[in-house]
Design a binder for this molecule. Structure first.
Ligand code: GLY
Length: 469
């Protein structure tokens, strides 16, 4: 069998899932090299070489690539930070190892303002109304108050405040979630403005779907829709998180969507892709368009675009690929990836997180077993379920660390369990059985990911919105 060396730049369970599909390759003898955020137990076990670069600094990552360049055929990048920092440009220049992710210039996730201006030019009808505020135009709090309040008059206060740069200042703030008065909104705005420009855009009501597509620079290969659960707690309460779980239905759309919605999404993303492709035909490699769409009943709106696979959303896809993922990657690099084939199955991902994540312990102090905080997490009973379910269950450690023979949860989402089934409900049951088999560390999870009630609620909400048209 042909030997292939692959460098994976890893943050959490999204990359554990990538490592998993590579090591299940039936066409190649794969050797994995991982530049990881932590001593991830799954990656450490499978990697030929594993290095921890906790801040994912691209110079350090490039040094690791350089040291092993004779053994590495290509590199793939999951997390946004190294992509935005230009890891592809650096590794390709220094080592000639081809890298699967967009170049720095085409990582449009890097600037919310540039994204909005691009969409305004190419697909203005799907842009929410927005206004850009620069620090130089709001020199005093009074100046800022006047211009911001004037814009809020037009939006009827229903606004979203976003820093231009990812994770700058206080981050994204949403009317009704993070603030309920103009004064609170202004405080959030001012904290962000200290770090750079800020966008205030209209808050869109609707149901959200995640669109993802693999891309070889010349072609888009759209992946089925997934639904992310961003809020921390059941019934979409609590703070925003990276995503507490997600589901994918058997086909390519979600239960509350129509085929026309899907066709529109593909058309919108294709238009944006075609516009960018004119400039450079290799820059948009990987998953440059992971787009959050809001379905309003009347139309579609783009909430944001990310230049990388979704976490957890890509975990809904990777376990059910029909093609060997190594072959998919070679096609991406050769520029001949035209489509992707998937099993006709549903998948559900549920995350477990530590008690200090997303203010869980402060919100539900009585739910946390204090004796267990900081203790090791035992995944062995979850792994035993592979005897019962085979490939239909996957256990993907995320922010977990191997210390000697034990594994510990760190500060972020700790472990994802994927269930694969003939429908959403059976996939969910497998995912939950895996979740309940994990013990230790006082971990918690959302109990309503892909539940019948939650899906019915989305479908009813969508019907109501369509009626209101
Ligand atoms: N699931 C949200 C994200 O990947 O950004």
């Amino acid at each position: 069998m042909e030997k292939v060396g692959i460098l994976v730049i890893s943050y959490g369970a999204r990359e554990t899932a990538i490592v998993d599909v590579f090591t299940r390759s039936t066409n190649y003898d794969v050797q994995i090299y991982v530049a990881d955020k932590q001593r991830n137990p799954f990656n450490m076990k499978r990697a030929t070489k594993h290095v921890v670069i906790s801040d994912l600094n691209i110079i350090e990552i490039c040094k690791f690539a350089e040291t092993n360049k004779d053994k590495i055929d290509f590199c793939i990048v999951g997390p946004e930070k190294p992509i935005i920092d230009g890891v592809r440009d650096l590794i390709e220049k220094q080592t000639c190892i081809p890298v699967i992710c967009p170049t720095k210039e085409y990582a449009i996730e890097a600037s919310k303002i540039k994204q909005r201006l691009l969409f305004k030019q190419v697909v203005p009808e799907v842009n929410p109304r927005f206004q850009i505020f620069n620090p130089k135009d709001c020199k005093t709090q009074e100046e800022a108050r006047k211009t911001v309040y004037k814009w809020l008059d037009e939006l009827d206060d229903k606004a979203v405040v976003k820093p231009d740069l990812p994770a700058a200042g206080k981050g994204v703030g949403v009317w009704g979630d993070h603030f309920t008065t103009r004064q609170q909104l202004l405080e959030h705005f001012m904290a962000n403005l200290q770090q750079g420009s800020v966008i205030i855009e209209e808050k869109i009501e609707g149901e959200e779907s995640s669109f993802q597509a693999f891309c070889d620079g010349k072609h888009l290969a759209p992946l089925p829709e997934t639904r992310d659960y961003k809020r921390a707690f059941d019934d979409d309460k609590g703070p925003q998180t990276g995503g507490m779980g997600s589901y994918k239905d058997v086909g390519e759309i979600l239960p509350f969507m129509t085929k026309t919605d899907r066709t529109k999404e593909v058309k919108i993303v294709t238009k944006i892709f075609e516009k960018l492709k004119i400039e450079d035909k290799t820059a948009l490699r990987g998953v440059p368009f992971y787009m959050a769409f809001m379905h309003t009943g009347k139309t579609l709106k783009i909430l944001e675009n990310n230049s990388r696979p979704g976490d957890p959303e890509i975990i809904n896809i990777l376990p059910i690929l029909k093609n060997d993922f190594v072959d998919i990657c070679f096609k991406i690099l050769e520029g001949n990836l035209t489509h992707i084939e998937l099993e006709k199955t549903a998948t559900v991902v549920t995350y477990k997180a530590p008690p200090n994540y997303a203010e869980y312990m402060d919100t539900f102090p009585d739910q946390v077993d204090k004796q267990e905080i900081g203790k090791s997490v035992n995944l062995s009973r979850a792994y035993e379920l592979t005897r019962k379910y085979g490939d239909r269950i996957r256990i993907y450690p995320a922010a977990m660390e191997q210390r000697h023979s034990e594994t510990y949860a760190l500060k972020s989402r700790a472990v994802a369990i994927v269930g694969v089934g003939e429908n959403i409900e059976s996939a969910r049951q497998i995912s939950l059985e895996g979740i309940n088999a994990i013990t230790g560390g006082a971990l918690w999870y959302r109990t309503d990911i892909a539940s019948k009630q939650h899906i019915e609620k989305s479908t009813k909400h969508m019907e109501e919105l369509r009626r209101r048209q």
